[in-house]
Design a protein around this ligand. Structure first.
Ligand SMILES: Cc1cc2nc3c(=O)[nH]c(=O)nc-3n(C[C@H](O)[C@H](O)[C@H](O)COP(=O)(O)OP(=O)(O)OC[C@H]3O[C@@H](n4cnc5c(N)ncnc54)[C@H](O)[C@@H]3O)c2cc1C
Length: 416
């Protein structure tokens, strides 16, 4: 049986690997010249089941409203006329209750934990190098108030993750000595020994090589333009490089999946949430952290990538625009310098912005909709790197007609 995967980001490529393992013939198409050039390119690199919290908290609507007047906020909304954004936004805001936040967090956590297990299995099988850092992740708070809020959120996951550890300031600074030089207040933190980090892009590039070795064929510079149906099945995918036909199709085009789904009359509740990243060479290892982690007050995530470090921040609902200028990073640079002064070379900074493919409840969409041979594996939001291997296995099981190892409640089209 032949499967055509639409999208060669981390999700599409990990799915290709699982399907090859299951014995399928696999073809992958992508509009970019290489794999992982969109969302999977410059993300924060955290594999973080210990931080799989839903973003839709009761506080979020107020934060988004305030961001119309205070531009520096990490969660931001830029007013637009786009009706798709308003339709999606209404569903997203409906999730912002205590109850939904808890349910959505637990669901994301289940998938993240499952996925981390599948990810380790994949890495054992392939021996891929991806700048893995397995020292655990630190999540720290600048004020007593934010620490208190962090502890309240942690209470949701703590019964499931015994290794989430509260740290006072002294304990945190002992664990991460680079913080001793901070030029800002830090109140305390949470440490998760089993969370990790690594380069999503390098992983994806390496996995493409392995998939090619197993017989997969990849077609880059190939843009999907339309889909031809025959009754309730896809007949062919029409691209600017010709038509592609297969028995089954997997949609893994992240924030652009709704445009493809619309070609077969399907609505997918996915909308982009923009984030920014800055990757910096490490100048002084002594002053740089040993752990990857998150400055929680500023949504500032950081991950060690060999002799470089990457910082990401901001969740901006502003449509599909990925443009960015150095001025967008002013606040981030200040925050980085306040945490780890004189540790990095800002003269060689690499700037990037990408779009998190968010669903209202924060979980991806699996399974089928109206088309009998189109499987969704899309909408992984801010945790697609964390969730890639589990999502691939779920999709492979669904295509094979096997029961997925995880309950897909809230992760199918009817539920999102
Ligand atoms: C700032 C930021 C920080 C993040 N940090 C983390 C993190 O720390 N941990 C974590 O787990 N996740 C993180 N994420 C989320 C993660 O990066 C995404 O969930 C993940 O990369 C999504 O993978 P994907 O393969 O679905 O998307 P993509 O990598 O975007 O792949 C989709 C592919 O579809 C292709 N495509 C789209 N339309 C078409 C078309 N018409 N024709 C052909 N091809 C098409 C694109 O070219 C693209 O290559 C972060 C995201 C951002 C933006």
């Amino acid at each position: 049986m032949h499967i055509l995967i639409l999208g060669a980001g981390v999700i599409g490529v990990t799915t290709a690997y699982e399907l090859l393992k299951a014995g399928y013939k696999v073809t992958v198409i992508d509009r970019q010249p290489k794999p992982a050039l969109e969302t999977s390119f410059g993300n924060a690199g955290l594999i973080a089941p210990g931080h799989s919290y839903a973003w839709t908290t009761p506080k979020l609507p107020g934060d988004l409203f305030k961001s119309l007047f205070e531009k520096k906020r990490a969660f931001r909304f830029k007013f637009q006329w786009d009706p798709t954004m308003w339709y999606w936004g209404a569903q997203f805001l409906r999730q912002c209750t205590h109850k939904n936040m808890e349910v959505n967090t637990l669901r994301k956590h289940r998938l993240s934990i499952y996925s981390q297990k599948c990810f380790h299995q994949l890495v054992d099988e392939t021996q891929i190098n991806y700048y893995e850092n397995k020292k655990g992740l630190i999540y720290f708070f600048r004020t007593q108030k934010s620490f208190q809020e962090g502890k309240q959120k942690m209470a949701i996951l703590k019964p499931l993750m015994k290794n989430l550890q509260l740290l006072n300031k002294t304990e945190l600074f002992q664990l991460e000595p680079a913080l001793n030089r901070v030029q800002t207040e830090i109140f305390g933190g949470i440490y998760c020994l089993t969370d990790e980090s690594g380069s999503c892009r390098d992983f994806t590039l390496e996995l493409v090589k392995i998939c090619r070795g197993k017989g997969a064929s990849f077609h880059f510079n190939t843009t999907i333009e339309n889909i031809e149906k025959l009754q309730c099945n896809i007949k062919k995918v029409i691209t600017d490089k010709g038509d592609f036909q297969a028995d089954n199709y997997v949609l893994a085009c992240a924030s652009f999946s709704p445009f493809i789904a619309k070609m077969v009359g399907e609505y997918l509740p996915i909308y982009p949430v923009k984030g920014y990243s800055i990757t910096l060479p490490i100048l002084d290892q002594e002053k740089a952290p040993d752990h990857s982690g998150i400055d929680e007050d500023n949504l500032l995530a950081f991950s060690l990538l060999g002799n470089k470090i990457r910082f990401t921040s901001v969740a901006e609902i502003s449509g599909y625009d990925t443009t960015n200028t150095p001025s967008d990073y002013k606040e981030m640079v200040k925050l980085v310098e306040s945490l780890f002064p004189h540790a990095f070379d800002f003269s060689k900074a690499e700037y990037w912005a990408g779009l998190r493919p968010m669903t209202p409840n924060g979980s991806p969409i699996f399974g089928k909709g109206k088309m009998g041979n189109l499987y969704f594996n899309t909408g992984h939001g801010h945790l697609g790197w964390t969730m890639c291997a589990g999502s691939a296995k779920i999709t492979s099981h669904l295509i094979s007609g096997q029961k997925p190892e995880l309950d897909l409640e809230g992760m199918t089209l009817t539920a999102s």
